[in-house]
Design a binder for this molecule. Structure first.
Ligand SMILES: O=C(O)[C@H](O)[C@@H](O)[C@H](O)[C@H](O)COP(=O)(O)O
Length: 246
């Protein structure tokens, strides 16, 4: 992470995963509408995984009653599984089915990471996504949402993997992810840390150790979620089960 001081992470606790998704969905819609009311077209970072899917569905349900103009929201991903575009494993396809197909996004502002249909390998896909991010500006995300794995990974930055040490790229690749599927593209720490607000979502007892580790001092290589902090805020939205070791 860059040297400047960043606010300490805060923890917000909720009863269960539905309550976490409800709060994060409402908070995101509020934040997006304030940005837009102030003339700023916001950039958000989506992630994959179970709680992200619950969140995306709730966002789709709540959006019609919000002031958010989705056609002015830039959509990015923190990581992606390097599989075919129509694979059920794709984070982007999951997000399309749950959210993006149900709101009025501008396709030109939805920046999927490359699939195996678009790039010859994950390394080439990561290079292409780096170029896409660079071409769009400074790569700063207004709100980045991240899941966290039981091993403390976030995006596709897994403990002790070489991808943790890539510093001169926006995006990099993973060929042997411990969480299937094995091939992935992920933003690097440097890119993730350009975010203003970082919102971790963690639910269930399987995440309790990882959440406690992510909020404790220690090596980033042991618990990669320690290494992502927003310049304005970092919030861990957790349910009681995931907060059990705090
Ligand atoms: O593509 C992925 O697999 C993710 O981006 C990954 O970082 C995920 O967010 C966490 O593993 C949490 O996933 P769960 O909510 O399913 O545990």
């Amino acid at each position: 992470m860059s040297g400047e001081a960043r606010p300490d992470p805060r923890v917000e606790r909720f009863a269960d995963s539905d309550a976490v998704a409800e709060e994060v969905a409402r908070r995101l819609l509020d934040v997006l509408s304030v940005f837009q009311a102030n003339g700023h077209d916001p950039h958000i970072g989506l992630t994959g995984g179970t709680i992200a899917d619950v969140l995306h569905r709730r966002l789709a349900e709540l959006s019609p009653d919000s002031n958010v103009d989705w056609s002015r929201v830039h959509v990015w991903w923190g990581d992606e599984r390097f599989v075919a575009a129509d694979s059920d494993d794709r984070n982007a396809l999951q997000a399309r089915r749950a959210l993006l197909d149900h709101v009025d996004v501008d396709p030109a502002l939805v920046h999927e990471m490359p699939s195996t249909d678009d790039a010859r390998d994950a390394e080439a896909g990561a290079a292409a996504y780096s170029a896409t991010v660079r071409a769009s500006g400074d790569g700063e995300l207004d709100v980045l949402m991240l899941g966290i794995g039981p091993d403390g990974h976030c995006a596709s930055l897994f403990p002790h993997h070489p991808a943790l040490h890539v510093e001169d790229q926006v995006a990099t690749y993973v060929l042997d992810s411990p969480k299937p599927p094995p091939e992935r593209i992920t933003l690097t720490f440097e890119a993730l840390n350009r975010s203003k607000a970082v919102w971790f979502l963690a639910t269930g007892e399987r995440k309790a150790d990882a959440v406690a580790a992510a909020l404790s001092p220690g090596e980033v290589r042991d618990t990669p979620a320690r290494g992502v902090r927003g310049s304005a805020e970092t919030i861990f939205f957790v349910d009681e089960a995931a907060a059990a070791r705090l």
